[in-house]
Design a protein around this ligand. Structure first.
Ligand SMILES: [Zn+2]
Length: 200
């Protein structure tokens, strides 16, 4: 049976690494599938922080993912990274790929945004996926507790308001100016997210 599988975690949980691994494993068994991403740091490819990358189809908000799968037929599977950035309609299109085309869809995404609230795409995936898989690589807060929040740090301080989507990295090297501000993401436990304490 084909199924819609949703794997989720924080930044640093290795989700892109797992997505690349599944794509690689299936391709090496002579199965043909598509690798999709949205708003990846590099654009047009899935990149793992471990240094692995593969070309991917960029899912823009107006792309019909079901139609994409039909146009590329025959295919055996879809691997979809960054599904938190998909629209709810695109998530429903993934479900239709599973139901009507009877192929597996492996979706990966972040659970919550920098405010600690579910992304739109994530919420929809949790509602409709056949299988929910929390990624087992646990990220840690600076205090050693389990990191459950992707805090957005602007000019050195945790912020709780702003646009949902601002692409940044979890390391200082990925910091980028946004209207003159330096934006990055930091993994924190719930308590230190709430207190805005970065441990330095
Ligand atoms: Zn902590």
């Amino acid at each position: 049976m084909a199924s819609l599988q949703f794997s989720f975690g924080t930044m640093g949980s290795g989700k892109s690494t797992v997505a690349l691994q599944i794509h690689h494993n299936l391709a090496s068994r002579q199965l043909y599938g598509l690798l999709l991403t949205a708003l990846d740091r590099e654009g047009g490819q899935v990149t793992s922080r471990l240094g692995v990358a593969a070309p991917a189809i960029e899912v823009t908000p107006d792309l019909d993912v079901y139609k994409l799968a039909v146009d590329r037929w025959p295919i055996h599977y879809l691997v979809c990274d960054e599904v938190q950035f998909y629209t709810p309609a695109q998530c429903d299109q993934l479900a239709r790929v599973v139901d009507d085309l009877e192929i597996h869809v492996y979706a990966f995404g972040l659970l919550t945004d920098f405010r600690g609230q579910l992304f739109d795409g994530t919420k929809r995936m949790l509602e409709i996926a056949d299988e929910h898989r929390p990624l087992q690589v646990e990220a840690r807060c600076w205090c050693g507790a389990r990191a459950t929040h992707n805090a957005r740090v602007v000019n050195g301080a945790v912020v709780y308001e702003g646009d949902t989507i601002v692409v940044g990295d979890t390391s200082d090297s990925g910091a980028q100016p946004l209207f003159g501000d330096t934006v990055r993401y930091e993994l924190l436990c719930r308590q230190h997210f709430r207190l805005g304490e970065l441990g330095y």
